[in-house]
Design a protein around this ligand. Structure first.
Ligand SMILES: CC(C)(COP(=O)(O)OP(=O)(O)OC[C@H]1O[C@@H](n2cnc3c(N)ncnc32)[C@H](O)[C@@H]1OP(=O)(O)O)[C@@H](O)C(=O)NCCC(=O)NCCS
Length: 167
């Protein structure tokens, strides 16, 4: 990557521009031996939705480099309606962070219950799978977007410290 590419002014997109909302009913094939949703199935849906938000921001292909803060707080069962929301929280040089929130929706009551949240680091890649500069910066417009952005900076700093110290 040339210096001019890394210092060039970028156009910007807001988190709303690439936001994704995705729905899925839990089906028989998604259930584990404890009659709950298999965590690996949920993780794969989250990964897909995070990837879509990242692609919408970059306008290019991405690959998942890391997942932070993944916990399973609420159990999902057969027939539950799962809602997955994803939005970009931070844009670096070739990588970006996507916040993914999972809810269970009670359609009758029009209520959503939080199930889990995770932060995916996606890397924009070229046709050879090499990291490439993301063409768009992130334009922060709201207080909550600012809070997400500040959180992302802390996670990046923490990850760097973790890699340096090996814990
Ligand atoms: C992700 C991948 C393309 C990064 O390639 P790389 O040669 O390590 O790239 P770099 O070291 O130049 O890092 C590129 C960017 O990714 C970020 N990155 C790399 N590894 C990371 C990690 N483990 N966690 C968070 N960010 C990471 C870097 O910080 C950098 O971001 P920046 O340009 O915004 O500063 C490469 O490791 C890869 O292809 N991994 C496999 C991905 C995959 O198969 N995913 C599917 C899930 S199984």
């Amino acid at each position: 990557m040339s210096v001019s590419e890394t210092t060039q002014e970028r156009k910007s997109k807001s988190p709303e521009d690439s936001k994704v909302e995705w729905f899925k009913a839990v089906q028989k094939g998604d259930i584990n031996i404890n009659n709950g949703l298999f965590g690996g199935a949920l993780l794969s849906w989250m990964d897909e939705v995070a990837g879509i938000a990242a692609i919408r921001h970059c306008g290019r292909t991405v690959t998942t480099a890391a997942i932070d803060n993944l916990t399973f707080k609420k159990r999902l069962v057969l027939g539950d309606l799962v809602v997955i929301e994803a939005k970009v929280t931070y844009v670096g040089n070739t990588s970006l962070e996507v916040r993914v929130d999972v809810y269970k929706e009670d359609i009758a009551k029009s209520v959503r219950y939080p199930v889990n949240r995770a932060f995916f680091t996606e890397v924009c890649i070229d046709d050879q799978g090499r990291p490439m500069r993301i063409p768009y910066d992130l334009r922060i417009e709201t207080l909550s977007e600012r809070a997400d952005h500040e959180g992302a900076k802390k996670r990046i700093a923490y990850r760097k410290q973790r890699m340096k110290e090996g814990f």
